[in-house]
Design a protein around this ligand. Sequence first.
Ligand code: SF4
Length: 276
Amino acid sequence: MTPTKRKQVLKALDVDTWVRRDAETHVEAAPLASPDATPDEPASAVAVMPEKRGRGRPRIHPLPGSAPAMAPPVSAPKMVVVPRSDYVAPADWDGLRAAVKDCNRCKLCPTRTQTVFGVGVENAPLMVVGEGPGADEDAQGEPFVGRAGKLLDEMLRSIGRSRRDNVFIANVVKCRPPGNRDPEPDEAEACRPFLERQIQLVKPRLIVALGRIAAQRLLQTDEPLARLRGPLHQYGPERTPLFITYHPAYLLRSPREKAKSWDDLKKVHRYLLEHA
Ligand code: SF4
């Protein structure tokens, strides 16, 4: 049979791999991972080995050096190390607000409606940091004003705290990432001097980061939330104690995690009482 005819027959039979029974070595291989495969996708490099006489389908072996067919999930790639910004943010509240308002230091600037500076008591003992403004925050210019914001207010109220009385709330980035995507490391770095200055001015006894993205950007790590949540970390030149818990938007999607979140809140409450 000519190669062309064989191709037509195999196609008609919906067979995409054909191996000669008398072949000594593998004669055809599935393609290596497609060029547009993401790093999270296991490599699909396999070789189709000769079918043994009288057996069924060809055996599939991993190619040397490629991921096995049933490989465990590949761990997330390390974050890109972003060059540290040498920008110095204004050292007083008014200057800082003005600098943020007119800022165009990263690629989030063109798509925002307005910057979202932060809200709350300027010398609060507790500072809460989220990842970035969403659509409601972008429209109103205040952090955590949507459904997640309402839940955050309830959570804070449960430990006797509020943005009006004793909490300052800010985000890692002050402008809304388009489509509510996660802020990228270079954007977080561009905005870091503003957040660091806010922390220096507020001088909180404790920072609480909400969710994986805020935690990862603050700690410049790619560790999963499960590893970051629990211990007390430190943030910035002031080595401010930093505690990590779930983002209220995640709790809205996964109410079963509220019990763990409540445990975290109790720890925050106790810490603030013990470090008054
Ligand atoms: Fe400036 Fe921060 Fe907005 Fe980027 S996210 S434009 S650094 S204020």
